[in-house]
Write a protein that binds this ligand. Sequence first.
Ligand SMILES: Nc1nc2c(c(=O)[nH]1)N[C@H]1C(S)=C(S)[C@@H](COP(=O)(O)O)O[C@H]1N2
Ligand SMILES: [Mo]
Length: 319
Amino acid sequence: MHYHRRPSWAISESMVTPEHVFLNRRSLLAGMGMGAGLLAMPGRGRAEPGVSELSGAQNPAYADAGRPVTGEVTNSTYNNYYEFGSSKRISEEAQQLDVSGWKITIAGLVEEEFQIDMDDLLGRVALEDRIYRHRCVEAWSMVAPWTGFPLARLIEMAKPLSSATHVKFQTFLDPDVATEQRATWWPWPYTEGLTMDEAMNDLSFMVVGAYGKELHKQFGAPMRLHTPWKFGFKSIKSIDRIEFTNEQPVSFWEELADNEYGFWANVNPEVPHPRWSQATERVLGTDERIPTQLYNGYGEQVADMYGDLPDTVGQRFWR
Ligand SMILES: Nc1nc2c(c(=O)[nH]1)N[C@H]1C(S)=C(S)[C@@H](COP(=O)(O)O)O[C@H]1N2
Ligand SMILES: [Mo]
């Protein structure tokens, strides 16, 4: 087991007191550099932060992203998480998400369908730290220090049938908590998909922590995907269902606008989005614009998978 302290989703219901809620909130604010006033207040009891530390063994292959890691405050206050609103400032709102007792359903073309809770899952994988570049289709990018495990480990546990060609991921659905899910023009719940080859690629990472802590809710707690060679929308947050299929899944953004957000969505500076160029990207937290790299610079590990796509799809963006 690689986590240093019991993560908060492992805290039993009876332990969730108002004080607990307060401590969690306070340490979150402290983490964002806003907690000094609160911490200085007398009579608040424990100084122990409520957000648990979480880290794994540094994977040397992903110890350096070639650019500085984006600051935690910058990164955790600029997020795409449409369930909680369509602005980048949803971090407050996302704290409503309750990740205690979180379960993931494994379904579809598998030997046997099952549910696994986060605690069990974390007991069965070795956590590692990886620093990944992230490129949003909106032409901004960041660098994140994640903790997690290869998606391949979870697929091994799931025991898919040989007939499975694709994996479909789904985010929770709870309009009481995620207010934007009350808006019916979105095709909730958020879904995404990969081919089995893509899912088994070593880069496909299940993220359960960031910045040495259990995953911030706005990053997609308790577990999100990161496929760093693809545009950011593929990296689905707060996953509660993984289904194996024999057809290409239609994802959330594809269903909304399949001419703008294709299934492959591999980062490619030469293929403009219909409404803007993808040649460069704005580096979050700086004034810099830098050239965008094919496959976000991860071509060595992934280009082989796309070798026989026809050249028009060589854009490797459209479906
Ligand atoms: N469930 C869900 N997952 C999601 C999104 C979302 O709105 N809902 N946004 C995606 C997009 S467009 C991006 S760029 C990344 C943003 O991740 P970050 O907030 O950790 O930077 O999450 C992706 N995963
Ligand atoms: Mo994005």
